[in-house]
Design a protein around this ligand. Structure first.
Ligand code: NOJ
Length: 807
């Protein structure tokens, strides 16, 4: 079964069957104002903070047939009553003649045809805007005139999203709605929680006269809510009640008597859902977007924005699914993840105080910084502000208030209150930013550490370089019985919490990779002393990792506090972990034979046709000592599931060993674009990576969940572009070191890098995976495969010939 197709020309995925296995979504706007729009027109919109300033009520757990957040009803007279349907299919579920949801870059367009009426609704948030716009075009495609009413509708939540779910007295007592008519007689229906009435007002309005409105759900559904969203009783009457809610479950419904539409005729209605301090403050922008020309202009700005962002890299490889992913869908997801972190999706529901994760965002930044360097730097600055003086980091923070916390570790008595990996990711992120932009001045910028005095003033500041040094120093000192990095509360794998004294081979290797970056940086800066120190740390940790971490066929993953290994052949469950093998290669700690053996063990024991499992065999019962990992059945999530975030690390490791065929096979098997024909097994959107797929120990092997907000996006993009295609920014230039499938004849790429355009053509006449024998820049042979920085605003032609020396 297929639910849609990729329209690469228009950079859209088009859903043609609304009954997808789960809701598929798109993002509109940003965390400043925006949210998710599902493929049946539902929307979860918030402003600034999904936990504390949520606007629409969208509860993903209720059935897909129900209306969530927003919808539109259309109706026309039929006999004595009305024929009512929603052009979004949900919630009326009427039979349709056409249904298309175009998932575009920054917009969603739903085109449908019911009862001879074609409707096209474009949903978006203008760049930098604080309103969601729905541009609704209704066309009569029947052969008779129809008298149409249009009733767009929004259901509100209390701004405190969790309170909405936990307090059914305080919440409805505070919710109110009020209508305003502006000088043109157009209606603005406002809604607010009483305490916010003078500061934070939601508004719902349109650019056409409203003949009546409703602000109370009970009145709209009718019969004490025994009317339903599929069949609201108020729509059987000519007009809505014009009730201004003083309490209760607030909605906004605006009844427009659109009038008679002749065959072939189209009418247009534009709605706005926004938030402002007051209606008066919002008026200029409300009036602006009532003008269809202004809406058209705002919509046109979206492709211009995405063109700029995506034009940093465009590729042409022999694999159409890879092209689609690398050129559009993966970089789009890479833009979404640093923005929304793990705040708001259909799986990460943004309740409570989770905020932005230090580890997650540091990795997300790396996927977006080529296209959005300014935004990347802004986020890096924020991350560094929650870096502690001792060098480790606060685990999570609210990006608006900059209040941080220690994540789940604070809830476990006696557990270490830091995560051993968090602060090391920032060294990778900052150095990636420097290599992309060349902006070394950033290293000298002073940024305060997290700790404050009684007056809220930072106790200490340091330059960005100093922050990186402290991060390294923390892990160097934080060593356990084998001299390996202590685990802290956990490392990247949140679900293994072994208590104080446990050691993590993952963190030891991440430390190694961070040191490689620091070594390269200090070399570039000419800082001999630091170079010598970091080289010594590196060699020491490498020696310890190899002395204690090798388990005869692969590397172990942890030592618990009493020295027992996990991820060892001696264990019954969790014998081998993917990250235990990929990271010693990425860090360069593994000598060639061990690197090969470790990756072979991944292939033999962890690889499946749906991706590489995180570990195997899964634990098959709850064990409070091992913690969260054992809460999942075998094959799910971290417990033997295909935790996709870890797959690109194996791909990167394979390219480092020159195994382009294998790296590509692993990439191809997780490419969501290639899942389009197998969606009934996979279920999630084929245009983004999910976080997890059930592994082969689970009866529902192949089922994906937790799409969109995952570190998979950033790492899959890095794996494809930096390692398979091999286009790697370095301090002194753009390294071109492909590791591709041997059957490829080559590929082309256009890469913008530090103020010039590199038009790259790679040819592979000997059908090898890795190796470059000739590099020509603008027709001239250069030594090596690092193409210099030009910064001259011009286009340079780079011809790469692959081959082994002597071939
Ligand atoms: C999801 C969390 O957001 C991320 O920080 C963690 O690394 C992975 N789970 C793996 O446990």
């Amino acid at each position: 079964m297929k639910y849609g197709y990729f329209d690469d020309k228009n950079r859209e995925y088009v859903i043609t069957n609304p009954k997808t296995p789960v809701k598929w979504i798109n993002y509109a706007g940003t965390l400043a104002f925006g949210g998710i729009v599902d493929h049946t027109g539902g929307a979860l919109i918030c402003r600034g903070d999904p936990a504390l300033n949520r606007i629409t009520k969208y509860i993903p757990q209720i059935p897909s047939s129900e209306f969530k957040g927003e919808t539109v009803y259309l109706r026309f007279k039929q006999g004595q009553g009305y024929r009512v349907f929603s052009p979004f299919f949900v919630p009326t579920l009427a039979p349709y003649d056409l249904y298309e949801c175009h998932v575009g870059l920054g917009y969603t367009r739903i085109v449908s045809q019911f009862c001879g009426i074609r409707t096209e609704v474009t949903i978006f948030v203008p760049l930098g805007g604080s309103q969601e716009i729905r541009d609704i075009r209704i066309t009569n495609v029947s052969d008779r005139s129809l008298e149409i009413d249009a009733i767009p509708l929004v259901e509100y939540t209390h701004p405190d999203a969790l309170k909405q779910l936990t307090n059914a007295d305080w919440v409805p007592q505070t919710m109110q709605g009020k209508v305003y008519r502006d000088q043109d007689g157009l209606a603005i229906l406002t809604q607010y929680a009483f305490m916010n009435k003078d500061t934070q007002v939601n508004y719902f309005t349109s650019n056409q006269p409203v003949s009546s409105f409703e602000s109370d759900r009970r009145q709209f559904l009718g019969d004490n809510e025994y009317g339903t969203w599929a069949h609201p009783l108020s729509l059987e009457r000519d007009e809505l009640s014009n009730y201004q809610a003083l309490r209760g479950d607030n909605i906004g419904a605006l009844l427009h008597r659109v009038g008679v539409i002749r065959p072939g005729e189209t009418v247009r209605l534009i709605t706005q859902l926004g938030q402002a301090e007051s209606v008066a403050q919002a008026m200029p922008s409300i009036q602006g977007y009532r003008d269809p020309a202004e809406v058209g202009r705002a919509l046109e700005e979206l492709p211009a924005f995405w063109d700029r962002y995506l034009s940093v890299l465009q590729v042409e490889t022999p694999d159409a699914a890879m092209n689609s992913l690398v050129n559009v869908h993966n970089p789009r997801q890479c833009y979404i993840t640093p923005n929304w972190s793990r705040y708001l999706s259909l799986y990460q529901l943004g309740y409570g105080a989770r905020g932005i994760g230090f580890r997650d965002s540091s990795q997300d930044v790396m996927g977006a910084l080529a296209g959005a360097p300014q935004e990347a730097m802004t986020l890096l600055r924020k991350l560094l502000q929650v870096h502690k003086r001792n060098g480790c980091a606060m685990h999570q923070f609210n990006p608006l208030t900059m209040e941080a916390n220690e994540g789940d570790s604070s809830e476990v008595e006696g557990a270490p209150k830091y995560y051993s990996d968090d602060h090391l990711w920032i060294a990778l992120a900052v150095t990636a930013y420097l290599k992309e932009t060349g902006d070394l001045v950033f290293l000298d910028e002073a940024i305060p550490h997290y700790e404050k005095d009684g007056g809220g003033r930072p106790l200490e500041s340091g330059t960005v370089l100093d922050h990186l040094r402290r991060a390294i120093k923390f892990t160097w000192r934080d060593a356990g019985a084998h001299g390996l990095a202590l685990l802290g509360f956990s490392d990247w794998n949140d679900t293994v919490n072994l208590g104080a004294g446990a050691e993590s081979l993952f963190t030891a290797n991440l430390f190694g990779k961070a040191l490689l970056e620091m070594i390269e940086l200090t070399q570039h800066l000419g800082d001999e002393e630091s170079l010598a120190r970091y080289t010594e740390y590196y060699e020491t940790m490498k020696q310890r990792g190899n002395e204690h971490g090798w388990d005869s066929e692969w590397y172990v993953r942890y030592f618990d506090a009493d020295g027992t290994p996990l991820g060892s052949s001696a264990n019954t469950h969790g014998q081998i972990y993917a990250n235990g093998q990929s990271w010693p290669v990425i860090s360069g700690f593994a000598q060639p034979e061990r690197a090969t053996a470790a990756l072979e063990a991944v292939r033999q024991r962890l690889n499946t046709c749906n991706g590489i499992k995180l570990s195997t065999p899964g634990y098959d019962g709850f064990d409070p000592i091992k913690g969260g990992i054992t809460t999942y059945p075998p094959g799910a999530k971290e417990n033997g599931g295909i935790f996709l975030h870890a797959n690109p690390w194996v791909i990167i490791a394979e390219t480092m060993l020159g195994n382009g065929d294998r790296a590509y096979e692993y990439y191809r098997q997780i490419n969501p674009v290639a899942k389009n024909d197998r969606i009934d097994e996979y279920e999630c959107e084929p245009y983004v990576f999910p976080q997890n797929i059930l592994g082969d120990e689970h009866p529902q092997f192949g089922l994906a969940r937790n799409s969109w907000l995952t570190g998979t996006a950033s790492w899959a993009y890095q794996a494809a572009t930096h390692f398979i295609l091999g286009l790697r920014p370095m301090y002194e230039g753009l390294l071109i070191d492909p590791c591709i499938p041997s059957r490829w004849d080559g590929f082309k790429a256009t890469r913008q890098f530090r103020g010039a355009v590199y038009q790259i053509e790679v040819v592979n006449p000997h059908h090898i995976c890795k190796g470059v024998t000739s590099v020509k820049v603008d027709g001239q042979e250069i030594a090596g495969n690092k193409v210099p920085v030009f910064g001259d605003g011009k286009t340079h032609h780079v011809e790469i010939t692959m081959g082994k020396m002597g071939l």
